[in-house]
Design a protein around this ligand. Structure first.
Ligand code: TRP
Length: 329
């Protein structure tokens, strides 16, 4: 069975993009692969150092993961900081990662621009920590978006470099896992790119019905088609993309026909879209709240996850330390 691993930074609530683009697929995947899902709270510290935020955000993501259907019995579900072997491997991999190659990563350059007042070494070595996350379980498949491909490439480079340097094939080279036909595009509501945490264009699993409606009603469209079968503006096309994810096919074709014969009223489309989004997310929202308030359950999940993750991590660290000659006694 293949080992699949995915991490998410704990810096905010999960949105529809996270859910339909990844989590929903993970709930299927956990029956077919050896799955590790974790909350990258150490990575979050590169941008979000406040303790009060951390405590809350870890609980939030964990509750939202569980409410979305990740099953701690089927998968290994854990918090990065509760597996100290990851930090140990991070330290060791840092000795074979070069400053130059890290400085060249797009995400580092981006962060230097965005937070010039806090260009910490954690930002520079972010891809090394991510490599440690992946390599600690010798994972073969990593579902990542475009923005993380460069980091995954660094994980491959470090895996190869380690194996070569110490003359033993400890690490497989992790590959990007692609959901293929199951991969759905979740655009944001502002007529630009995909739905994202930092873009402020998203609908969150935790949003209530009123908020969902308000956000959808405000979504960017255009003044409407004036000729039959005219091409769609990006904003309108995005709404149709969302509709095709959350609504029945006949609903989608109903509005598409109206668009094509220029009778569409975007207000009607938006009302329907908001309703269908809510139909998917409101039951999840209810579960999130229930789980978030069940402190003892969350504690139990985290402890069990750490135990299982550490078992796998310890086995890798034994191989690593043996290969490096740092466990002589
Ligand atoms: N860097 C990833 C992101 O921002 C999160 C992450 C951390 C991750 N470690 C990982 C993803 C390991 C996949 C594998 O989205």
């Amino acid at each position: 069975m293949k080992t699949v691993l995915s991490g998410i930074r704990s810096t905010g609530h999960l949105h529809l993009g996270n859910y339909f683009g990844a989590l929903k697929n993970f709930t299927q995947l956990q029956h077919k692969a050896n799955c590790f899902f974790f909350i990258a709270d150490l990575h979050s510290l590169t941008t979000h150092p406040k303790p009060e935020d951390n405590r809350k955000n870890i609980k939030i993501i964990l509750s939202e993961y569980l409410a979305s259907g990740l099953d701690p019995e089927q998968s290994v579900l854990y918090v990065q900081s509760s597996v100290p072997e990851i930090s140990e491997l991070y330290a060791l991999l840092n000795m074979m990662a070069y400053k130059g190659e890290l400085e060249r990563t797009a995400s580092f350059k981006d962060k230097v621009r965005k937070q010039p007042e806090n260009v910490n070494a954690g930002l520079l070595t972010y891809p090394v920590l991510m490599s440690a996350d992946i390599l600690i379980h010798r994972a073969q498949w990593v579902p990542v978006g475009k923005d993380q491909e460069q980091h995954l490439e660094i994980a491959r480079v470090l895996a190869r470099r380690f194996n070569k340097m110490y003359g033993t094939p400890v690490f497989p080279e992790p590959q990007a896992y692609n959901f293929g036909e199951d991969l759905v595009k979740i655009p944001g509501l502002d007529g630009t790119g995909k739905m994202g945490k930092s873009e402020g264009n998203g609908i969150y699993l935790i949003d209530d019905e009123k908020t969902i409606r308000k956000k959808v009603m405000r979504a960017v469209t255009d003044s409407g088609p004036t000729e039959p079968n005219s091409p769609m503006s990006p904003g309108t096309a995005n709404l149709f993309d969302l509709l095709s994810v959350v609504s029945e096919p006949d609903v989608v074709s109903f509005f598409k026909e109206q668009y094509d014969n220029c009778t569409i009223r975007y207000g009607d489309l938006k009302k329907q879209l908001a309703e269908d989004i809510a139909r998917h997310t409101l039951p999840i929202k209810a579960r999130i709240e229930e789980i978030y308030n069940n402190e003892s359950y969350l504690k139990q999940v985290v402890e069990q996850g750490a135990e299982k993750a550490r078992q796998s991590a310890r086995a890798t660290m034994k191989l690593v330390r043996d290969a490096m000659g740092i466990n002589v006694f």
